[in-house]
Design a protein around this ligand. Structure first.
Ligand code: F6R
Length: 607
């Protein structure tokens, strides 16, 4: 969703804020704005479009100040206009605010203030907060914010400056916000990655918490204004990880990082053919025997990672698994209790639906575990039990390397639980552990075919749409392949279990609708070939993702991307990179904005 950056310290703030906003741009990119305090006066510039437009406007205007805040927006309330862009300033020019989230009772507050003669100038929910602050502020920022947080409902990360105070205030409920301090400078941001060049020790704001940031330090309070101490969290990412390097897009860089990411993910968890997660998970054999049901809960790519893993788990253990999208799970009455292990998967650790689903499962007494890429993220802090995917910051809006890290962790987790339950055969453990250790090198092999994949992608970039077909273990990767294509190329793509095509979707097939068929060398090969034949009989061109050595597939299509051979259960690990590269090059051929696709934001912190 939106991205926020704030700075107060000895340096001129505009450059630091604009650089910070550029790092947040993947969270929202329809408009941007900045406000500084200059000799007790608020000065602000807002613009539609990207942060670079804002930087140009700031340079033209020669905006300078002592400290300031900025925002990059992903519109929720109110269209994409300069007027709706943040920061918003109170009518009396004493208070300025940037906001990430949704204030649900904004209309009510607005009506109440309008009745009192306060004029509004935008369609945003945020303006209700700033006008409210302007109305109640009497020189004591903390008291004004206590009143505000008692009045507004919904999700918010608010960053506030008062023209007559040399300090930045932040408050949070439901939307992420991180605070840092280094030397004589204080910072706040939506994403910790924006603070890495200044400090690695940060405070993640909790719900119902506010902070006062000054050059001298940070103080924390609850929403009643009572102070409390707060521990910092050390970040093990470095600033270089947030650069694109020589790659044209973050997505391509992140696709190429996957061999290393997988190696890091396995490190310390697999050794000498054995899986061991005992240093990360508190469970004993007795504990895991209690888990009669397993619920996987996630959104988007993370959901497809759970679907992939859940099927792999079935091959070595007797699990009662269900995979649910968080936005449904949280509103349905799915039985979960003390005998349920709920596994929440979220790259960002901030996805609102996944977080709410976790709260629900906790309230029902389920054992909860989170798999996240962001240590210290909200879901990590709230759930406690966690396995971290050490993929490093993922900046491209389309998730790539974190999918690979997630399925790696999930498969290790399943093997570990099955082992504790006494179900994992020692030979299966050794066979899969050693095959997993070999996967990074195989991913590197696939990346060497990038140009062939690009060639195929260019050939099909004008298709009317795509079907992605796979059976059993290849179906979840097919879903992920279709999602990648939709997200970044805006082409319609649907994934189906191949055997289901004849129950309806086959009616859509013709020569303009290619089929991407995932056909590894396993016991579904012949059945998938039949489905390929059905597609070809309807004149659909077929692109096959097949296993090395499969010459027979060439009788059906010349558009083949080969993956190395692996254990039958582990082909999903190898199928996804070709699909990511295919989507990437289709999108590139179509001239799409790959790292910031329209209408999307990296981290979905509102419902
Ligand atoms: C797809 C994508 C999204 C996310 C989804 C969940 O490329 O990035 O579908 O996977 O929004 O996000 P997290 O994993 O952060 O909870």
């Amino acid at each position: 969703m939106c991205g926020i950056m704030g700075y107060i310290g000895g340096q001129e703030p505009t450059k630091i804020i604009l650089d910070g906003l550029a790092k947040h741009e993947y969270r929202g990119y329809d408009s941007a704005g900045i406000a500084v305090i200059n000799h007790g006066k608020i000065e602000e510039i807002r613009t539609v479009g990207r942060v670079k437009n804002l930087a140009e406007r700031v340079a033209e205007a020669g905006l300078r100040g002592e400290f300031g805040i900025g925002h990059t927006r992903w519109a929720t309330h109110g269209g994409v206009t300069e007027n709706n862009a943040h920061p918003h300033v109170s009518n009396d020019n004493r208070v300025v605010v940037v906001h990430n989230g949704i204030i649900e009772n904004a209309r009510e507050i607005r009506d109440e203030l309008e009745d009192k003669g306060v004029c509004f100038h935008s369609e945003t929910d945020t303006e209700s907060a700033v006008q409210y602050l302007g109305y109640v502020y009497d020189g004591n920022p903390k008291e004004a914010i206590v009143k505000l947080t008692g009045r507004i409902r919904g999700a918010f990360a608010l960053v506030i400056m008062f023209a007559d105070k040399k300090e930045i205030w932040v408050c949070r409920k439901g939307s992420p916000l991180v605070v840092g301090h280094a030397g004589n400078a204080g910072f706040c941001a939506s994403d910790a990655t924006a603070l890495l060049e200044f400090t690695h020790d940060v405070w993640f704001m909790d719900d119902d918490e506010m902070a006062r940031i000054t050059p001298a330090g940070c103080e924390f309070f609850d929403f009643a204004g009572r102070p409390h101490a707060k521990e910092t969290m050390h970040l093990d990412w470095n600033a270089a990880m947030t650069n694109r390097g020589s790659y044209p897009h973050f997505m391509l860089k992140e696709i190429h990082e996957q061999p290393d990411v997988m190696t890091h993910t396995l490190l310390g968890r697999v050794a000498s053919g054995k899986i061991d997660l005992s240093s990360e998970l508190p469970w004993t054999a007795e504990d895991v025997k209690k888990f009669r049901k397993i619920h996987f809960v996630a959104c988007g790519t993370s959901h497809y990672a759970t679907m992939t893993a859940a099927q792999i788990w079935e091959t070595f253990g007797s699990f009662e698994n269900r995979c649910e999208v968080a936005s449904e799970y949280r509103y349905r009455n799915i039985p979960a209790d003390e005998s349920t292990l709920c596994i929440f998967v979220s790259q960002s650790g901030e996805t609102a639906d996944t977080l709410h689903a976790a709260r629900l499962a906790k309230s029902k007494g389920a054992e909860c575990l989170v798999i996240t890429n962001v240590r210290g993220s909200t879901i990590h802090r709230e759930v406690g039990n966690a396995l971290i995917t050490p993929a490093g910051p993922e900046i491209g809006v389309a998730a790539t390397k974190t999918f690979t890290a997630q399925i790696t962790v999930l498969v290790l987790l399943g093997m570990y639980i099955a082992k504790l339950k006494g179900e994992l055969l020692p030979e299966t453990e050794t066979r899969l552990a050693s095959a997993l250790m070999d996967i990074p090198a195989k991913l590197a092999e696939i990346l060497k075919q990038e140009h062939d994949i690009e060639h195929i992608a260019r050939e099909f970039a004008d298709a009317r749409g795509f079907f992605f077909l796979g059976r059993t273990l290849s179906y979840p990767p097919a879903l992920e392949g279709a999602l990648k294509l939709k997200e970044i190329s805006y082409m319609h793509a649907e994934a189906y279990p191949a055997g289901e095509m004849k129950h309806g979707p086959i009616a859509l097939l013709d020569k303009e609708l290619p089929v991407v068929a995932l056909i590894p060398k396993n016991d579904m090969w012949e059945k998938t070939i039949s489905n390929i034949e059905e597609s070809m009989a309807r004149k659909s061109p077929v692109i096959a993702i097949a296993a090395e050595g499969d010459q027979a597939i060439l009788q059906y299509t010349r558009s083949v991307i080969y993956t190395p051979v692996t254990e039958p259960e582990l082909y999903p690990f190898l199928q996804v990179i070709p699909l990511q590269l295919f989507a990437y090059y289709v999108a590139r051929q179509r001239g799409c904005d790959i790292d910031m696709p329209r209408n999307l934001a990296k981290s979905v912190t509102v419902e």
